[in-house]
Design a protein around this ligand. Structure first.
Ligand SMILES: Cc1cc2nc3c(=O)[nH]c(=O)nc-3n(C[C@H](O)[C@H](O)[C@H](O)COP(=O)(O)O)c2cc1C
Length: 184
């Protein structure tokens, strides 16, 4: 398999101490463990103009599309907002098209304030991925009651959930390794 196994990580929450970001960091440990290279979209995610508002020449757009083109896989994370993904993540995804995604792989993490978790939001992310002709990992992580999920050191209180997140990262890189190079 040629080239670095870069995984572009898109986090749909800009909040300091975001639960979603923390969960993605744990999944990122799995990406590194499996030999992948996590590339965080944080530096430009918050600067992306709303698609269609005439900001196509903004440097954040060029950074975003360049990173998406180089990436072999994607890890998307979002807080559940009113039963779906955040506008910040959706706006970043709206910039992408099949030329950046077709034949590549994606995996998903979603967090919710409520106890029921973010299963509906994860389905929404799969629908977006299907439109972008991405292959998707069957595994996914929903982190419920996000405010209570972390201990004082910022670690997940539930070791099984932490291990599930790491396995998600490992599984994503394994999928990249096993699949042929993307045709885009
Ligand atoms: C605008 C908004 C809408 C939300 N909608 C839901 C919801 O529908 N269901 C839910 O369980 N939590 C909901 N929440 C709570 C967030 O999903 C939860 O706090 C999330 O983990 C925050 O992620 P973050 O720490 O990464 O920002 C909402 C929060 C906000 C700000």
């Amino acid at each position: 398999m040629d080239g670095p196994l870069e995984v572009l990580i898109l986090c749909g929450s800009p909040r300091p101490d975001s639960s979603t970001h923390r969960a993605l960091e744990v999944a990122g440990e799995g990406i590194v463990r499996a030999g992948g290279i996590p590339v965080w979209a944080d530096p430009w995610m918050g600067n992306l103009p709303v698609l269609g508002t005439g900001g196509d020449n903004h440097p954040a757009v060029a950074e975003h599309l360049g990173a998406a083109r180089r990436a072999r896989g994607f890890l998307w994370g979002t807080p559940e907002y009113h039963g779906t993904c955040s506008g910040m993540l959706k706006n970043a995804l709206d910039y992408l098209s099949r030329e950046h995604t077709e034949g590549k792989w994606a995996a998903f993490v979603a967090t919710s304030g409520g106890r029921q978790g973010a299963a509906g939001t994860l389905i929404t992310l799969r629908m977006v991925a299907r439109s972008l002709h991405l292959w998707t990992l069957p595994e996914e992580v929903s982190l419920a009651s996000s405010a209570k999920a972390w201990d004082q050191d910022g670690k997940l209180s539930d070791p099984e959930l932490a291990s599930k997140l790491r396995r998600l990262g490992v599984g994503l890189v394994d999928a990249l390794r096993c699949s042929g190079p993307p045709r885009v």
